[in-house]
Ligand binder design. Structure first.
Ligand SMILES: Cc1ncc(COP(=O)(O)O)c(C=O)c1O
Length: 387
């Protein structure tokens, strides 16, 4: 049976060059904090990886701006924990975020709300875009943090980072963006965006799982989430994850080098998949912004068919996709992202995310286009809900 992976927003396989490098790096076992020669050599490799990661987000070449973490969730939580400590010391306490953030931001914001911080979850329009006037109205002299994701993991909509950063700055607030899904797919530039904090995760860019980073602007406040030793200049305690960090460095370099070819490759396949679905299946809705969208992400609603049933049908034919985000799967709740765009529970329940990647091929798209239309027709014929 064919095996077609179209769930790259959930995670990616290792880039072959990352896997090769990590095989060699298995021998870099010394504790990077050790003062002896082997430790110093390990630390030099960690610092090289840090420079590779900082280059990927367009930061001025100051590797001290990058703190390695265990992934996007930890990076996001570190920012919210920092705000918690700042807010408790007095002064500003307002948090403004969007209603379509990843659960690790939504739940961190909900934690602050429960701790008495005023938290605003901004609505989005039908394409998943934040209304900039709504943001301007939501920020004020009490706003401590504006946190808006650069690109959405479920529908791929890209936000206007430059304008959001400018609005946050004009209000005197810190600006954080969860760029986990944007990095390696579209250009990311902390200077251009005016970001004080930016979250990255390695396993979305063809590197290993369990490693990520938080960029923070020079002078931006920082409270460690994990206290202990002096690693990461006291910003994140714990023995260095040499292997993960070195893999991250290589993945970051490759993501930068391959960005243009990646985007045109997946963009072409996405257009073929979208057009093929629209031509072969009646009454479908493509979710997300029509233009400002990640080049690899295609989210489609199939009224009259259940998302989970479609997913299982495709899975039986060797096609791996998801309904909503991987983190929310297993939940019977309709996607909070699709609900925020106003599609309604029925369409939200009948939606599939196809996310393409560097290994996706025309044959993969052809195969999906041969399997999907009869599957939808069959499911619709069994459904009591009219398409
Ligand atoms: C937008 C977004 N933020 C954060 C995360 C969490 O990242 P990690 O799995 O590295 O904790 C994800 C992962 O799905 C994501 O898509």
């Amino acid at each position: 049976m064919k095996n077609v992976y179209m769930d790259y927003n959930a995670t990616t396989p290792l880039h072959p060059a990352v896997a090769e490098g990590m095989k060699e790096d298995l021998s870099v076992y010394a504790n990077a904090s050790s003062m002896h020669e082997a430790g110093r050599r390990a630390m030099a490799r960690v610092e090289r990886a840090r420079a590779q990661v900082v280059a990927l987000v367009g930061a001025a070449a100051d590797p001290e701006r990058i703190v390695f973490t265990s992934g996007g969730s930890e990076s996001n939580n570190t920012v919210f924990a920092t705000m918690f400590h700042l807010g408790r010391r007095g002064g500003r306490r307002g948090i403004v975020t969007s209603s379509i953030e990843h659960p690790c931001v939504l739940n961190a914001a909900a934690w602050l709300r429960d701790e008495g911080f005023p938290v605003t979850f901004l609505p989005v329009d039908g394409d998943g875009k934040i209304d900039l006037d709504g943001l301007r109205a939501a920020v004020g002299p009490d706003t401590l943090l504006v946190s808006v994701m650069a690109a959405n993991n479920e529908i791929g909509t890209i936000q206007d980072m430059r304008s959001i950063g400018a609005i946050a700055k004009a209000a005197g607030a810190y600006f954080h963006t969860d760029a986990t899904q944007a990095v390696g797919k579209v250009p990311v530039d902390v200077e251009e965006w005016g970001a004080d904090y930016l979250t990255l995760s390695c396993h979305k860019i063809y590197g290993p799982k369990g490693v990520g980073a938080l960029y923070f602007r020079k002078g931006a406040p920082f409270e460690p989430l994990i206290r202990g030793g002096h690693q990461e200049h006291g910003h994140r305690a714990g023995t260095y994850n040499n292997l993960g960090i070195l893999g991250f460095g290589t993945a970051a370099s490759l993501a930068r080098e391959e960005l243009a070819s990646y985007a045109s490759h997946v963009g072409r396949l996405r257009a073929r998949l979208r057009d093929g679905i629209l031509a072969a299946i009646p009454k479908v809705r493509v979710n997300g912004h029509p233009v400002e969208v990640l080049p690899n992400t295609l989210n489609v609603s199939f009224p009259g068919a259940e998302g989970e049933a479609i997913l299982l049908h495709l899975d039986l034919s060797g096609i791996r996709v998801s309904t909503g985000s991987a983190c929310a799967s297993g939940s019977l709740e309709p996607s909070h992202v699709l609900m925020a765009t106003g599609v309604g529970p029925e369409l939200a329940h009948g939606s599939i995310r196809f996310s393409l990647g560097r290994d996706s091929t025309d044959e993969d798209v052809d195969y999906v286009l041969s399997v999907l239309p009869p599957a939808i027709a069959r499911l619709r014929s069994m459904s009591t809900v009219q398409a």
